[in-house]
Each structure stands twice: as C-alpha cells, then as structure tokens.
Design a binder for this molecule. Structure first.
Ligand SMILES: Cc1cc2nc3c(=O)[nH]c(=O)nc-3n(C[C@H](O)[C@H](O)[C@H](O)COP(=O)(O)OP(=O)(O)OC[C@H]3O[C@@H](n4cnc5c(N)ncnc54)[C@H](O)[C@@H]3O)c2cc1C
Length: 380
C-alpha cells in the first residue's frame, strides 16, 4: 500500500462542506492552478452543511462574523452567474423577552450597520400570528430569510469545477503527510497519497483533530445542536418569517408544511459519536408550547442533530497554522457558515493566493490566536 499519487497540487482542500466548496469556488474564479479538493463522503456537503437551519441571518453579535455575513448578503439577494435563486423566502423577526438580551438586541438592530425597523405588537401579530411570546423588543429584517442550501452547494461546486478545481469524493483523509517539518500532502484511507504545496483543512468538526496529529495546537470545539420539523398542519402559512428569540433562546420557521424548531442547545460533542438525544426532542416540544400558539406542537416529521464547530472567541479560523508550515485552515464556522459563505470563501482564497494583506477582516480570523500552548514546566 502507500502508492503515491502522481500529481502534486498547489493547494489541497480537505473537506467538501460549505467552507471547502466556497474556498474552492473563489480559488477557481481567481484563476488558481492545480487546486484539488478531497471529501471523505460519497456526497458533497453531507455533514454540518446538510444539517443547518438554512437561515440567512446577518444580525450577529460578533462583529467580524457579522461583517462576513453582511458582505455575503448581496450574493444571496442577487446571485452571481451560475447560481439559481438562493433566498427563496425572505423575512426575519428578531426578538428578546429578557431585559439584558433585549437591550443588546436593540443596540445591535438600531446600529448604523442595520437600522432595522422596530415592530410594535400589532405589526408583530400581523407578521407572525403564531408567536405567543410577548417580547420586550422586536425588529424586522425584510431581506434576511431562508437559504436554498442545495442550490448554494451546487453553485459553489459547479463554479469550482468550471474554474478548474478537481473535486474528489469518497476520499477520506486519515493523516497529514510531513517532510522536513512541513505538511506536504495527505494520506487517504485507501493507502494512497495526495501531495500538495499547501493543505487547507476545511474539515469542519474534524479539522482540529487532523491538525493536532501533525503537531498543531489549534483548538476548535465541535458542539451539537438539534433541529425538529413538525408534521405538516393546516393553518400554517409557509410565508411566515423566521422568528428568532434571543432571550429565552428559541427559533422557528416554516418548513415542508410544518415548522422547523430549535432551542439552540450548545454542548461540546465528539464528532464521531453524535446521535439525536430524545430529551432534546422533549425540550423543543416544551419550547414550542411556550413560544407558539395554535401550531407547532404536533408530532415530529424529522428530528436531527448537527455539529457547529466553535472557537474560543466566536470568530472563524481562516489562515495559516502558526506552528505547522504548509498547513492552513478554513474552519470554525460555528452557527454562521451558510450566511457568511461567500465572503469566508473569498477571504480564504485571497489568503491562499498571497493576496490577504489588503483584507481588513483576515487579521481577526488568524488561527494563531486559537493555539493552546502547553504550560512551560520551568515556570514552577
Ligand atoms: C443544527 C444546525 C443549525 C445551523 N443553522 C445555521 C443557519 O441557520 N445559518 C447558518 O448560516 N449556519 C447554520 N449552521 C452552521 C453551518 O451549518 C456550519 O457553519 C457549516 O455547515 C460548516 O461548514 P463546514 O464546511 O465548515 O463543515 P461541514 O459541512 O461539516 O464540512 C466538513 C466536511 O469535511 C469532510 N471531512 C471531515 N473529515 C474529513 C477527512 N478526514 N477526510 C475527508 N473529508 C473530511 C466532512 O465529510 C464534511 O463534508 C447550523 C449548523 C447546525 C449544526
């Protein structure tokens, strides 16, 4: 075994989720040569990227992530060539029913970046008659909404291929190859290798684990979150907006004739051992009973869990590993990978092509800040 692959790529991306595909798309568009993407599963974007709530939310507390989402938004509203409709449903209500959360939400929504329309109770009732919560504040964002994730994935993958990127599925990486202290490629499960001048980990919840084996100290925290979609029911309007309660955290949006619901659970998880937990289905049902009126309390049509990979400061990891030459990241996209995908991919590509110096957001995304250093025993 261990047969070497003949070609050497300039850039090898590990992971065909939204992070890897958006990076590949932008590398292809920028004319990068010899770019290769390997995805472990038979299908692209089958992990976190297939399990999201698909909400475009640009009102985000963390400022760098918020800027990534705001700069991605025009592409959702007016898709680039090669993409179909990306935002088939529009309208997002943000509310808070706790004092601190309400103050924070009002500060954010009325800031110059958003200037959102506050909703009085009558207007809220008209927009979302199924919401039982009496919020302290509520705002309406008419052009956030629901993303067609399948179309987003298709568009990135087709655009990447059109730009010359070679995408290989069913190619699971089991380790990074090093020579002279530098990462020079990857080893696949079947024993073959893919050589590259630079390896980019866009492997979501598995990125830090792969990096660690090559000597990286970058810390990323996979956390689980559950979503439940109720059975279709009469009286439910598919045009109701996404409703996000940032106090007693709960969100809902129409989906498939029912409602998609979440209580925003966030618990650290081993990415290889994640199964839906029945107690979360019960917690979501309790949330629905508190937050909704007349709908959303019927049986579940679908219930699943996905992984949101967080960082210590809620900013993504885009850039080089400070300790392992040849290794870069496009990872740690937390709960905003869809909303931010266009700009995250563009920045990752700019960095990889040596054009990152002009990008104002890249310093805040530098993975070096996420290294957990071993304690120096000589310090006593
Ligand atoms: C429940 C839930 C709700 C969410 N809701 C939203 C939302 O409403 N809006 C939003 O913007 N974002 C949302 N997100 C976040 C969004 O889904 C993620 O940020 C995004 O999908 C992360 O993309 P990724 O490419 O980094 O990871 P992934 O999609 O997990 O992709 C990583 C890929 O790497 C591959 N891989 C891993 N290890 C290897 C290996 N060794 N070899 C080869 N390939 C490998 C995996 O198979 C996978 O395809 C949500 C997430 C969850 C879980």
């Amino acid at each position: 075994m261990g047969s070497a692959h003949h070609t050497t790529s300039s850039i090898l991306i590990v992971g065909g989720g939204i992070a890897g595909l958006a990076t590949a798309y932008h590398l292809g568009r920028a004319g990068a040569r010899d770019v290769h993407l390997v995805e472990g599963h038979a299908e692209l974007a089958g992990a976190a990227s297939a399990r999201s709530a698909a909400i475009l939310r640009t009102v985000i507390e963390e400022p760098t992530t918020a800027a990534l989402a705001r700069r991605s938004k025009p592409h959702f509203l007016s898709p680039p060539e090669g993409f179909g409709t990306l935002l088939p449903r529009r309208g997002l209500v943000l509310m808070a029913n706790w004092k601190e959360a309400a103050e924070e939400l009002a500060r954010l929504c009325t800031s110059p970046d958003y200037q959102l329309e506050p909703l009085d109770p009558a207007r809220l009732k008209a927009l979302a008659p199924h919401i039982a919560t009496q919020p302290l504040v509520a705002f309406y964002s008419p052009d956030d909404g629901v993303i067609d994730v399948a179309e987003l994935v298709r568009g990135f993958a087709a655009g990447a291929r059109a730009g010359g990127v070679h995408i290989e599925t069913g190619a699971r990486v089991v380790g990074l190859r090093k020579a002279g202290g530098r990462v020079v490629g990857v080893q696949l499960e079947d024993g073959s290798e893919r050589r590259a001048e630079r390896v980019v980990l866009a492997a979501g919840a598995w990125a830090a684990r792969l990096a660690r084996e090559a000597g990286s100290g970058i810390e990323l925290q996979p956390t689980r979150r559950h979503l439940l979609v109720t059975e279709p029911e009469p009286g439910l309007d598919p045009d109701w907006p996404v409703v996000w309660n940032g106090g007693d955290t709960f969100y809902s949006r129409p989906e498939g004739g029912g409602l998609m619901l979440s209580v925003c659970d966030e618990v650290h998880a081993d990415p290889d051992l994640v199964e839906p937990l029945p107690e979360l289905a019960r917690a979501i049902a309790e949330g629905a009973a508190r937050h909704l009126v007349g709908v959303g309390t019927g049986p579940a049509a679908r219930f699943w869990v996905g992984l949101r990979t967080l960082t210590a400061d809620d900013r993504f990891a885009v850039g080089d590993d400070p300790d392992v030459p040849g290794l870069s990241f496009a990872a740690g996209l937390g709960g905003h990978g869809m909303s931010t995908s266009f700009e995250t991919g563009r920045l990752a590509a700019a960095h990889l092509l040596g054009k990152g110096a002009a990008e104002d957001l890249l310093p805040a995304l530098d993975p070096a800040r996420l290294v957990r250093r071993k304690r120096d025993p000589s310090r006593g």
